[in-house]
Design a protein around this ligand. Structure first.
Ligand code: CS2
Ligand code: MN
Length: 395
């Protein structure tokens, strides 16, 4: 497998030299500065590629091998194939990426919110910090800050009481920060950063979109884009929902093995692939990750490796050390290595350590939440060790 690293562009405090020093060879990035729904031009993609790949003298070369993500505008999620112009623009961006020789594109299909956490700096017993999803904190947001009509139906009486008590104990600054963390989008988010009133409007627009409809829209989207992807030689990889369950009354359709099986059955094209994110999928105790990796091996083309640990309430979780979560990381990597051995080197899997803890010097620095350099460096080193242990050193 090839060692990838998410890089947010020139303003990323983790530089391309840091990426090299971490031992990664492959860069994962996007034109994060282009507004969602605007077309990516070939010139803009090529300029970013040159920035990454034209290495200074005596520096190890890097390859931009994965685009994560070309964001899908909200209207496509709500309306499917009827969002003609938006899908045409998405395809044009895909073609620009292909024209520059990039063959893998990651995307997700989560309505309104992308990946969601309630704590960006949750203290660990070591003094490092992690990202966390606290069920009570999320419920406090949903019930008391957002005050979403009908939200009570999603929480038990006990849940509601705990959430309200928690809300009462929070200062105005704390509630504002919690709202910002959920509403304005985490790094790399493919959803619009919204104000609370705009967020409420966005949720209302999903009134009639249930899971069946959302899945239908995703399939309609894939039916339109996979022929174009095949024609230009790009493989699409769908990132799972994070967390893999409905939030805020919104449906989610990329959370389980059955969700993915339904998509592969409906759209058999080889361009319809999966981004296997162990951190996202592993939040559900009923997702058997090594079994999923084995079942979908031929569809997996991009891999996010990280681990989460469920807390005693079963619904909260935090981002654990890469090898110390609920996921059987060695079991997953064994399946991926077995798949890799069947492939041509040109179709080698790219993985990235996904997120990492904030630790050591990063505790005192400006960092991108979840994407601190040192924590990911540690994660990558541990994962690389597993590859050696499995007799499949990174290529
Ligand atoms: C992360 C996200 O949720 C996750 O696991 O990897 O940053 C993800 O990359 C985004 O949702 C975009 O795909
Ligand atoms: Mn991920």
């Amino acid at each position: 497998m090839r060692q990838g690293w998410r890089w947010f562009g020139q303003q990323d405090p983790v530089t391309l030299d840091h990426v090299r020093q971490a031992g990664a060879t492959d860069v994962v990035t996007a034109l994060h500065d282009v507004p969602i729904g605007d077309v990516w031009t070939r010139e803009a993609v090529q300029a970013r590629k040159d920035l990454i790949e034209v290495a200074p003298m005596r520096r190890q070369p890097l390859t931009w091998s994965v685009v994560e993500s070309i964001p899908i505008p909200d209207v496509v999620k709500r309306q499917g194939a009827a969002a003609r112009a938006e899908i045409a623009t998405w395809i044009a961006s895909l073609e620009a990426v292909a024209a520059c020789g990039i063959r893998l594109v990651c995307y997700n299909f989560m309505p309104v919110v992308d990946w969601t956490r309630t704590d960006l700096d949750f203290p660990l017993p070591t003094g490092a910090t992690a990202m966390r999803f606290g069920h009570d904190r999320f419920a406090a947001f949903d019930l008391c800050i957002l005050a979403r009509p009908g939200a009570e139906a999603d929480y038990s009486a006990d849940d509601q009481a705990r959430a309200r008590a928690l809300f009462e104990s929070m200062s105005d600054g704390e509630t504002a920060e919690l709202a910002r963390t959920i509403v304005s989008g985490l790094p790399g988010s493919t959803s619009d950063a919204l104000t609370l009133p705009a967020f409420r409007e966005r949720l209302l627009a999903y009134r009639d979109v249930d899971a069946r409809r959302l899945r239908r829209n995703l399939i309609a989207f894939l039916e339109k884009v996979t022929p174009a992807a095949e024609a230009c030689g790009v493989t699409l990889t769908l990132h799972p929902d994070d967390p893999p369950r409905p939030l805020l009354g919104l449906p989610r359709v990329a959370s389980t093995a059955e969700d993915y099986a339904a998509l592969f059955d409906a759209v058999p094209s080889g361009a319809n692939g999966m981004c296997f994110c162990t951190g996202s999928l592993g939040v559900r105790a009923d997702n058997d990750l090594p079994a999923m990796a084995a079942r979908f091996a031929g569809r997996i083309h991009f891999v996010h490796l990280r681990a989460t640990r469920r807390e005693p309430d079963g619904r909260s979780f935090y981002e654990a050390d890469h090898l110390d979560g609920d996921v059987d990381m060695v079991g997953v990597m064994r399946e991926l290595v077995a798949e890799e051995r069947k492939r041509q080197p040109s179709r080698s899997l790219v993985f990235r350590p996904d997120h990492g803890h904030r630790m050591l010097d990063d505790l005192d620095k400006r960092i991108t939440p979840g994407y601190a350099g040192i924590g990911r460096l540690k994660g990558l080193a541990e994962l690389r060790g597993i590859l050696y242990g499995l007799g499949a050193p990174p290529n």
